[in-house]
Design a protein around this ligand. Structure first.
Ligand SMILES: Nc1ncnc2c1ncn2[C@@H]1O[C@H](COP(=O)(O)OP(=O)(O)OP(=O)(O)O)[C@@H](O)[C@H]1O
Length: 304
């Protein structure tokens, strides 16, 4: 469990993380989304005690990182895949980490195997491709078999097989009851991986909700009704406070209401339906709506 309370980080006049309060629960993959510069990496660094908050707290299992006696066994993280010393082999890097954290060195072989790097373990870290570096970073995060895992852009540089592998890994770590917190800019991938989403913009919390709820709140998620009485139905729905529009002779699009409510209102009004279905927004669309006012470094002008 990770708990943030009023977490704030200022760099001079710039507020990178602004009063974030949330709880990340175990047994779920929580996706961490936000435009470039939103404060995702800074938040993760604060949780890991790599930076000091200007205000507020970040707790792991109820305690701040610096008070955890066995940090690697409690929380594993991939923040920067290029962090290992470039002259050291992957195996040497992991062995040094294991030794300095009281972890049995046989774990090194196990995690190298589990990330598909057993064959490349003796290569210098500096000679690894970005994708292989990501795998090594994931191996380091898994080394202490921790309950809490944080990954900053873990699929960066991975090929499609690697991306699918990371997705499966995140899902299985969560299924084992661990807390999995993962940032990404790949919305289609997040939609397949995350159970819950935390969205921030300019350091501030924009959304903290289950994936289905974030998608359900999008204006592009709608209920489509086919009926020979489209005008009537649209009127009834609007009278009940639901945004509804007749888009064709026999079709109504309603937004902001669950499909059951639209079906019930049609039934109560005695309006015959020939079809009723939900059209879901993609996470990409929902995300864009949520963050359109928070993009700091976006392109401007025509075509942006
Ligand atoms: N050490 C630092 N000194 C000054 N400003 C910093 C420092 N670290 C981060 N920032 C600023 O804080 C803000 C948040 O940066 P951060 O890297 O946390 O964002 P992010 O959401 O991870 O972005 P990205 O998606 O681009 O990785 C940015 O405006 C960044 O320039």
């Amino acid at each position: 469990m990770i708990s943030l309370r009023g977490l704030t980080k200022r760099y001079g006049a710039r507020t990178a993380v602004d009063d974030l309060s949330l709880e990340l629960r175990p047994g779920a993959v929580t996706g961490f989304l936000g435009p470039n510069g939103a404060g995702k990496s800074t938040t993760m660094r604060l949780v890991l005690g790599l930076d000091r908050p200007s205000a507020g707290t970040a707790l792991i299992g109820g305690v701040p990182y610096h008070r955890i006696s066995n940090p690697l066994r409690t929380v594993g993280a991939l923040l920067d895949a290029r962090a290992p010393h470039p002259g050291r082999s992957g195996r040497a890097h992991l062995t040094a980490l294991a030794r300095s954290n009281g972890i049995a060195t046989r774990r090194v072989g196990e995690v190298l195997e589990s990330v598909g790097m057993a064959g490349a373990a003796s290569r210098r870290a500096g000679a690894l491709s970005l994708g292989m570096s990501q795998r090594l970073g994931i191996a380091a995060a898994l080394l202490g078999d921790p309950e809490v895992l944080m990954f900053d852009e873990p699929v960066n540089g991975l090929d499609p097989d690697g991306v699918r592998w990371v997705r499966g890994l995140m899902r299985s770590l969560a299924a084992e009851g661990r807390t999995v917190f993962v940032s990404s800019h790949l919305m289609s991938e997040m939609q397949l991986t995350a159970d819950h989403l935390v969205v921030i913009g300019k350091g501030r919390l924009i959304a903290d909700a289950p994936l289905a709820e974030v998608i359900g709140r999008s204006s592009l998620t709608a209920v489509l009704a086919r009926t020979p009485h489209a005008g009537d139905l649209a009127g009834r729905l609007r009278a009940a406070g639901i945004a509804a529009e007749r888009v064709a002779e026999n079709e109504v699009v309603a937004t902001g209401a669950p499909i059951e409510r639209v079906g019930d209102l049609a039934y109560e009004a005695g309006i015959r339906l020939h079809g009723l279905r939900t059209r879901e927004a993609s996470l990409e669309q929902a995300y864009q709506e949520l963050t359109e006012n928070s993009v700091e470094y976006g392109a401007t002008g025509a075509g942006a």
